[in-house]
Design a protein around this ligand. Structure first.
Ligand code: TAP
Length: 493
């Protein structure tokens, strides 16, 4: 039996509570491979008692972990990172089997997860405080940072490794303990990460994983009074529900949806812009919060851009990501994403858009049982169309032309979201104008990789509150404490 099947067998129907894999009381939830419809495994539907056990374990573990030496936390985080690297191929297979993305991409995600462990291992020893000037020499004020306590991490299915890792690593580095609730359709990657933590002999209770639906298990965590912070990534709709439904005061970071624009100016390198658009519209089948949903192209470059975009899109390979590790697109993870893609396509066509690539399921018997859709490009779009206003979270993009840069900027900002925006231009004044005025937490210029692990990453407006990545991502798991001390002067001053 392969290592991957061994790991899956070990995790089947399990939860991770207090440092142990424990069989869930109820484990009748089927996880199916979106590329084939085959069963990947059975997963636990945690009961209220199991959720409480996980939270209590994290609460108990916090007493020691929160006071542990930062350099010890560094050692554990590096060790887990190493274990993940050692098993990266099997972990990537598990990710592809439950999520559908091509194996090469899944492997890249697992390696980035390991990098996150190493990054926060180093940050753990840099939680510095401050000294504050007082109005008398007899007083000293210092401000220190202390870990918040117990964190509930609620994560989506599109990046099942990285989105757990950003929370888990930053929380542990800061001295918090954690209960992770991954998305119902991609639980095994999170369980495998939790299992790696137990293999690294992390003290029991520091990392716990419960599985089951958001409305029951996620909501139970939100309402649990022993949880000090909710670290959530998911849709704006669920983020708002979580914010409204907490029954006690808790810290929250909410990393939510996006509707990200790309502006291609008259001074852009069109080949680079097309390549960027392809990568950020169709990678992971467009199921990424920073996906390019809508593109605005200067009228002088419009025909060249759409011709090249359509041609390159048609050349992309859609395949079962396990058998074709290098495919450009794998299966779509969620039925909802597929349905929304079709709905946005239909809506745009009715309202006058032109279809220049994709628009249907790919053909081929190998793909017939999977959830697939061809990467799709719609041109001549406008803001009457849902595709230009709502996040699709599928392999489709809308393109529109503009004649004045100020109008392109206005359209790009015409959204309740504020996660990421993209610009292609070789003109320094255009770059300054757009990067200063785009109302987004992340702006990428002449590239489409808006996030790096050592820079803060977060949205504004309906895209959320709080930051992940970087030192800022770790400080989200700390509280300030001001300590003001009065001294009696020994020198008579
Ligand atoms: P959601 O449906 O919002 O689900 C996210 C998580 O919340 C899942 O674990 C879900 O559980 C859980 N959940 C659902 N209802 C809940 C409730 N009432 N209380 C507590 N938890 C609840 O999002 P999704 O469909 O998985 O992911 C796609 C969305 O995530 C997109 O909008 C995307 O833009 C956003 N996203 C944002 C970012 C950043 S960094 N801003 C990154 C990735 C994705 P179940 O799925 O098990 O029901």
């Amino acid at each position: 039996m392969s290592t991957t099947s061994n790991i899956l067998k070990k995790l089947d129907g399990m939860l991770i509570i207090n440092g142990k894999l424990v069989a869930a009381e109820r484990s009748d939830e089927k996880i199916k491979n979106p590329a084939t419809g085959e069963l990947v495994g059975m997963v636990g539907v945690s009961t209220a008692k199991e959720v409480d056990a996980a939270v209590n374990a994290a609460r108990g573990a916090f007493l020691k972990w929160g006071k542990s030496l930062p350099k010890n936390r560094t050692r554990y985080l590096h060790r887990i990172g190493e274990l993940i690297e050692e098993d990266s191929e099997s972990l990537a297979e598990i990710l592809t089997m439950e999520q559908g993305k091509p194996l090469k991409e899944a492997h890249g995600e697992i390696l980035k997860l390991a990098e996150t462990f190493h990054f926060y291992a180093e940050e753990a020893v840099r939680i510095n405080g401050e000294t504050i000037p007082n109005d008398s020499l007899h007083f000293d004020s210092i401000v220190i940072r202390e870990p918040i306590g117990v964190v509930a991490a609620i994560t989506p299915w599109n990046y099942p490794a990285e989105l757990v890792g950003w929370k888990l690593c930053a929380a542990l580095a800061a001295g918090c303990t954690i209960v992770v609730k991954p998305a119902e359709i991609t639980p095994f990657t999170a369980l495998a990460i939790g299992w790696k933590c137990t293999q690294a002999a992390l003290p029991p209770g520091v990392v716990n994983v419960v599985t089951g639906s958001g409305s029951e298990v996620g909501q139970a965590l939100v309402e649990n009074k022993l949880i000090d912070k909710i670290a959530f990534t998911g849709s704006s709709e669920v983020g708002l529900r979580i914010q409204k439904s907490a029954t006690s005061i808790k810290k929250m970071s909410l990393e939510l949806g996006g509707n990200c624009p790309l502006i291609v100016t008259a001074n852009a390198n069109i080949d680079d812009a097309v390549k960027g658009a392809i990568r950020r519209s169709f990678r992971n089948c467009g199921q990424i919060c920073i996906a390019i949903n809508r593109i605005y192209v200067d009228h002088t470059k419009y025909n060249e851009f759409i011709t090249k975009l359509a041609s390159l899109t048609k050349s992309l390979v859609v395949a079962n990501g396990l058998n074709n590790p290098e495919a450009d697109l794998g299966a779509i993870a969620s039925e909802d994403s597929l349905n929304k893609t079709k709905k946005h396509l239909e809506d745009a066509l009715i309202k006058g858009a032109r279809l220049v690539a994709g628009g249907s399921r790919p053909v081929g018997t190998e793909l017939q049982n999977g959830r697939y859709f061809l990467p799709t490009v719609l041109v001549d779009c406008n803001h009457e169309m849902d595709i230009m206003k709502e996040e699709t979270f599928g392999p489709i993009v809308g393109v529109s032309k503009f004649s004045e840069l100020s109008k392109a900027l206005k359209m790009a900002n015409d959204t309740p979201y504020g996660l990421a925006a993209y610009v292609f231009s070789k003109n320094i004044d255009e770059i300054k104008y757009l990067s200063s005025n785009l109302d987004y937490g992340n702006v990428a210029v002449n590239n489409v990789d808006a996030g790096i692990i050592n820079a803060p990453y977060g949205g504004r407006k309906q895209s959320g509150i709080g930051y992940e990545h970087g030192r800022e991502g770790m400080l989200e798991y700390t509280n300030f404490k001001h300590i003001r001390t009065k001294f009696t002067s020994l020198d008579g001053g």
